[in-house]
Write a protein that binds this ligand. Structure first.
Ligand SMILES: [Zn+2]
Length: 422
């Protein structure tokens, strides 16, 4: 049964036999759930989102719009309040398809990108954002690792798994842990460069200052035999390292990384000074290939990951708003270490020469030296800064107390500032 006939059927029957239907429905659901050992909707959601009909859900294409329609219907069925700009949808345009990292948000453009947004409003003062991107690579894209001709990239793990997880959590959180509101966002444009989450944090439909923390699920459908769940971004709030060691789910062993910058949508929230975690069951041979299919999803594993995330939310239910902390990205790799920082937030999406500053921490070295948001750092001391990587590598060359000349581009001007590391 497809979704439309299914809903029509339910409506007709509901009018006639509502009380009976409800009792039967819940019995059927429960016994099926018991038999499977997990929420059967996880399967239904992933099967549809990763079906050939959606042609790999490429941003701006028909399959992406079908996926958005499906997610908004599911949100409606779950009773979520529409929090887009047009019901559940938040549309925006991006200019240049072939140069995603140089993309600018413009009024008229080539691609319409659509976030899908719904909320559980508990009348609380803080809101937790739970997100997952629903777009993928379509038929063929520069991000594909597939070499032999055109094929649909179904993206079952990446990231139909995260979307199904988000919808499951929306069901589970209804009427539960009510000291926060819950905002669920299906992001698009992630594969092209975090477009959806970047746009949302710059055009939020809730007060971002009231956002407590953000949980991002990107690729959570392939829990391996060892049960390794990777949680990235535990350095984005001191609270994570307090809470995470206390959470136990049978069969799951957690590996954490500190950094708030990563290749998924939590990055946009981290850069907005919101504590953010990324849940991830790890890389595999089908990553960004047409073979990332539904039949390889580990549903029992997915269910365990969701149980884990639900426990995180539960543990934080009675907490005050979490404090945000800046992370040293190098920690994420566990290789580099540096003793100094400029105290700036790099623009992760900038791909020009140098390191563009997206935010300045007050009273830190860059701020004290008069460096401004929007400046592009092109030289530190005698060394050229080519991009983020080289910026981070260079930081390891300096020590607290060192004084160096930092060269920045501000518009067309090149300015030199003396920075003292603390
Ligand atoms: Zn992804």
């Amino acid at each position: 049964m497809n979704i439309t006939t299914d809903r029509l059927f339910k409506h007709v029957v509901a009018l006639l036999l509502l009380p009976l239907l409800l009792s039967q429905c819940s019995t059927t659901q429960t016994s099926l759930e018991k038999e499977l050992g997990y929420d059967p909707m996880l399967e239904k959601d992933i099967e549809y989102l990763a079906s050939d009909e959606l042609e790999g859900r490429e941003t701006g294409q028909k399959g992406e719009k079908l996926a958005a329609e499906y997610i908004s219907k599911r949100m409606q069925e779950l009773g979520l309040i529409p929090m887009g700009t047009d019901q559940y949808y938040q549309d925006f345009q991006v200019k240049d398809k072939d140069n995603p990292h140089g993309a600018e948000f413009v009024e008229q453009g080539e691609i319409t990108v659509r976030n899908v947004i719904g909320m559980i409003d508990n009348g609380a003062s803080n809101t937790v954002v739970i997100g997952a991107h629903y777009d993928h690579l379509g038929w063929e894209h520069s991000g594909s690792l597939h070499a032999d001709g055109r094929a649909i990239h179904n993206g079952a793990d990446d990231n139909a798994s995260g979307v199904a997880g988000m919808l499951h959590l929306a069901k589970e959180l209804t009427g539960r842990y009510s000291n926060n509101n819950y905002l669920f966002i299906g992001f698009s444009g992630e594969e092209y460069g975090l477009w959806g989450s970047n746009y949302y944090t710059k055009n939020p439909t809730v007060d971002l200052g009231m956002v407590n923390y953000m949980l991002n699920m990107d690729m959570i459908g392939r829990l391996n035999e060892e049960g390794k769940l990777s949680i990235n971004g535990v350095g984005t709030s001191p609270m994570w390292n307090e809470v995470i060691p206390k959470i136990k789910v049978k069969g799951i062993s957690v590996v954490t990384t500190e950094g708030g910058l990563g290749a998924s949508d939590h990055t946009s929230f981290y850069l907005s000074e919101i504590p953010a975690l990324h849940f991830f069951t790890g890389q595999h041979a089908d990553y960004h290939k047409p073979s990332d299919d539904e039949d390889k999803i580990n549903y029992e594993g997915l269910d365990m990951v969701l149980e884990y995330i639900l426990k995180v939310v539960g543990k934080l239910d009675k907490n005050e708003r979490l404090a945000w902390t800046e992370t040293k990205q190098a920690d994420q790799q566990g290789r580099r270490s540096f003793k100094v920082t400029l105290g700036v937030m790099p623009d992760y999406l900038f791909d020009g020469e140098g390191m563009r500053i997206d935010g300045i921490r007050s009273d830190r070295p860059a701020d004290k030296a008069g460096i401004l948001k929007g400046d592009v750092v092109i030289k530190m001391g005698e060394y050229d800064v080519e991009g983020m990587e080289s910026y981070m590598n260079l930081l390891s060359k300096f020590n607290p107390g060192d004084s160096i000349m930092v060269t920045v581009k501000r518009g067309n001007k090149v300015i030199r500032k003396e920075v003292v590391f603390d």
